[in-house]
Design a protein around this ligand. Structure first.
Ligand code: NAP
Length: 347
């Protein structure tokens, strides 16, 4: 493990230097890795493992997604099966159905989890909120997770480019004594660059907070608030959108990603710097109570309950479409579509 200093706290990180692909292949040489589900993570992880030389099969119900797996080179009856057949053949079961479908399919999966097999997740959700999901693995199987820090699409894209995506990993149950080694080997196999250790509870609580917070929920809320204030004060839609979103995504966030917030500030005008330095603290004070409220709601299981209840309603997809359309059709994002169409080409 490499010791890395994260702003004063030293953490251990698994790297490909100490755990090379060759070692991962050795650890998993006798395993049949069954990737159950071919949604977003399924293709990224299974294709990367296949290309890395692991023994991988896919379990997917028939339909459009199954056809996509065939198009990606999985061969029916050889490397592509119905879910139950793959569960039977697999020794490491990668449970990569949507979190709602995991609850529905759990009784089927459990039947095939015989002693010595491994159950692999990419999220701590099902196991952590077991009172609501009913997912309680048998005591004689290893249970661990590798959660790539990004979409399965990026995981595959970066792998093909010869790069990697970082992942967190955690062991929930070590029945064979080999769970941690197998877990790290899987992390390397799916194409992770560096692996950060956590546990199931911390993985799911940080993930649910992050996506409801700054990664997705809070950012839309702050965009909408600023856009409205500008519009209410007579600014045009294009001006309000440019000053709220476009400049951030096109110019400033790439600078933050490259070298941090101070670097971005340092590359802006002195007027902008002064304002940003004066105003970030009031925004922090104003929003911190909301983040605390969000975290409490995640911790109590309320957010999991909302997610499970809503996602399992039969008309979930139609209702989701209505909510997404509300965003898409809002003046701010309609203005955004127009602004996007005006991004200049260099020639
Ligand atoms: N999305 C990400 O980038 C991401 C990132 C990190 C971790 N994760 C975690 O990775 C896991 C998989 O997530 P995902 O986003 O890849 O899932 P997803 O795309 O939502 O999964 C869809 C898969 O589930 C199958 N499925 C849905 N309902 C089913 C049912 N009733 N019976 C059988 N199969 C059913 C789908 O088959 P059909 O197409 O036939 O419906 C498809 O194969 C989750 O635990 C998630 O939290 C995801």
């Amino acid at each position: 493990m490499a010791q890395i200093n994260f702003g004063g706290t030293v953490e251990e990180v698994v790297t490909r230097e100490e755990f090379p692909l060759e070692k991962a292949r050795e650890v998993l040489a006798n395993e049949t890795i069954a990737v159950i589900g071919y949604g977003v993570q399924g293709p990224g992880q299974s294709l990367n493992m296949r290309d890395n030389g692991f023994n991988v099969i896919v379990g997917q119900r028939k339909g459009k997604t199954y056809d996509k797996a065939v198009a990606d080179g999985w061969v029916p009856g050889e490397t592509l099966f119905e879910i139950e057949e793959a569960l039977e053949k697999g020794t490491i079961i990668c449970f990569l159905l949507s979190d709602a479908a995991q609850i529905e399919l759990w009784p089927t999966v459990k039947k095939y989890l015989t002693a010595g097999k491994s159950l692999y997740f990419s999220h701590g959700f099902g196991v952590t909120y077991k009172d609501q999901t009913g997912i309680v693995p048998p005591a004689d199987v290893d249970v661990f997770l590798v959660a790539p820090k990004g979409s399965g699409t990026s995981l595959r894209r970066l792998f093909v480019e010869g790069k990697g995506l970082n992942s967190s990993f955690a062991v929930f149950q070590n029945a064979t004594g080999e769970a941690r080694t197998k877990c790290i080997a899987m992390g390397i196999g799916v194409g992770s660059g560096y692996l950060f250790e956590t546990d199931f509870y911390r993985e799911v609580t940080s993930d649910l907070t992050g996506e409801r917070g700054t990664l997705m929920g809070a950012i839309q809320g702050i965009f909408a608030a600023q856009y409205e204030v500008l519009r209410e004060n007579g600014h045009s839609p294009s001006e309000a959108f440019n000053e709220t979103v476009e400049e951030l995504t096109q110019s400033l966030m790439p600078l933050v990603a490259e070298n941090g917030m101070d670097w971005m500030y340092a590359n802006c005008s002195t007027t902008a710097q002064r304002g940003a330095l004066d105003w970030w603290k009031p925004f922090k004070e104003a929003t911190k109570p909301v983040f605390q409220q969000l975290y409490n709601s995640v911790k109590s299981g309320e957010q999991a309950n909302i997610s499970i209840t809503r996602n399992s309603q039969p008309d979930y997809r139609e209702k989701l479409e209505v909510e997404l359309a509300e965003l898409r059709d809002s003046e701010m994002w309609q203005a955004g579509a127009a602004v996007r169409s005006l991004r200049p080409e260099r020639n």
